[in-house]
Ligand binder design. Sequence first.
Ligand code: PMP
Length: 426
Amino acid sequence: MTHSESLFEQAQKYIPGGVNSPVRAFRGVGGTPIFFKHAQGAYLYDEDDKRYIDYIGSWGPMILGHSDQRIKDALHAQVDLGVGYGAPTTLETDMARKVCELVPSIDMVRMVNSGTEATMSAIRLARGYTGRDKVVKFEGCYHGHVDSLLVKAGSGALTLGVPNSPGIPASLAEHTLTLGFNDIDGVRELFREMGDEVAAIIVEPVAGNMNCIPPAPGFLECLREVCDEHGTVLIFDEVMSGFRVSLGGAQELYGVTPDLTALGKVIGGGLPVGAFGGKREIMEYISPLGPVYQAGTLSGNPLAMCAGLTTLNAISEPGFHDNLTQKTMTLRDGFKAAADEAGIPLTVQGAGAMFGLFFTDEPSVTRFDQVMNCDTERFGKFFQGMLAEGIYLAPSAFEAGFTSAALTDEDIAETIEAAKKVMATL
Ligand code: PMP
């Protein structure tokens, strides 16, 4: 028995499923989740001291790699000053200014403690601002475990086969309208019929919770257009893509400007942080300026702001995203070449420092139903093989992979060699 196996047995006695977030339980790929002891740079070390090259990065935040010295220094200094006051600090203004600089569609921003809080608050704000109830989302997109948005959701909701969770009143879910991701005709048709009743469209501009699907040409532009025509608020959920697919997020990469943006992951540098922001006119509807209530005991926590701001400053260095995207392309090409060599059908997609591996014959995957037709069994075997080789990929065929600046060329070469070896066994 490995240490992880016995530790998982203990965990399951006291924690539902042994985990504090479902995808960590390895349900989609089988086997036992790995318990980690420490992490440095691109590497994770488990309780048996086995080293893994990490392509999850704590599910996105660790874009600099683990235990970055700059973040550790900032955190140590702040711990000496106090871990939280529940009152304003200059750190919060510095953070807000930085976010507004990096994401030009954001005039004002409110900090929260998770991506879920960010999307939940953005939806409430859009409903309050427009005086409408209906929200449009896309099948396979995941926006956190917000009641209104756990309808046809991705991520763990897909892996565990519960796309519609019990516990959500039908009277609430009925206000959520779901369309196919990249389905431009579907969007136009729905808005022709009932556009004036729709408070918001919320979308992951790069879908990362049903593997990784970039927007089809014209899709985001179409969303912008129908929102303008009908007075609907366009919300980009950039919790995953923000500061990762480019410095200014997917909105910079694809040149489409939302009204509100939800942020998380990278913005907290590994601490629990989310944020939502956007047009001043809309953000002024938030309390205490406006009537839409939103609050948080720990929001803007100084430790969290330190880790986040240090990360945002580090990724603002010239060339950071070009380098990281280049590394990610090398990795993507390597996975594809390894599969070709073994005669395994594989499609590799991505955007910036996000990537996805699809075990399918389809040359490109743009729709949810194509994702669902991929060979998840083969993915599971590939995942387990890579894990044995010391490569830590997301334990689900429905999650995007993430790269970090700490990955060296040697790490990527080692990963590709491992992929060749494992592909040959499939
Ligand atoms: N939106 C997106 C696009 C996400 O990927 C996630 C989490 N993976 C969330 C929202 C929810 O964030 P959190 O888990 O921090 O609540």
